[in-house]
Design a protein around this ligand. Structure first.
Ligand SMILES: [Cu+2]
Length: 195
């Protein structure tokens, strides 16, 4: 009986962990989307869906040395999509065939990433010195933030919603700040310099 229960528990856990592990991530695809805006670190079995964010004709085409070979072919039209499920651990450079100099990225596929790993590997931030805002882009939804000064004293905190956000830093002194972003129980720590 005990063995039966253990088997059931393992089956349930196995099911739930694979359900969590296989996720679909969305990327916008348009002129000028490249580098970190077009790059993700995902787990084997995850799917990436690209959505055409302008009306031009684009492709999602793996580079010659990519781990997996994929090609959407030429697709036109705002809102068009292409999905690909990555199953092999490795690095997949890709580009848009007509706009290879302005549309390119890398999908890195790893094994056994935790939710925290996925969160940490797929957050990009920058300090917009003109607007005084910390701009954030995340793969996983953001729930809240905290900002500390270099002495570890909290300066600012608040809620975040969705996968992108901005933290208003106008009115704060120039200097280095430690920003902690939260996705539910997970957190990412980032350093930013305000001029
Ligand atoms: Cu293109």
């Amino acid at each position: 009986m005990k063995n039966v229960i253990q088997v059931i528990i393992i089956a349930v856990l196995g099911f739930s962990s694979s359900a969590i592990a296989q996720q679909t991530y969305a990327l916008d695809w348009a002129i000028g989307i490249n580098g970190s805006a077009a790059s993700l670190t995902i787990e084997a079995g995850d799917t990436v869906e690209w959505t055409w964010a302008d009306a031009l004709t684009h492709s999602v085409t793996s580079d010659g040395d990519a781990q997996e070979s994929f090609d959407s072919g030429l697709i036109g039209g705002l809102g068009s999509t292409f999905s690909y499920t990555f199953n092999q651990v490795g690095t997949n450079g890709y580009h848009c065939t007509p706009h290879s100099s302005s549309m390119f990225g890398v999908i890195t596929v790893e094994q056994g990433l935790s939710i925290e790993d996925k969160f940490q590997k797929n957050v990009t931030t920058y300090m917009d010195q003109t607007t005084g805002k910390i701009m954030i882009q995340s793969l996983l939804t953001l729930t809240s933030f905290e900002v500390f000064n270099i002495l570890g004293v909290q300066q600012h905190s608040g809620a975040l919603v969705g996968t992108s956000g901005a933290i208003e830093m106008n009115g704060y002194a120039s200097g280095v700040y430690i920003v902690v972003l939260h996705h539910n129980e997970q957190s990412v720590v980032i350093k930013v310099a305000k001029r």
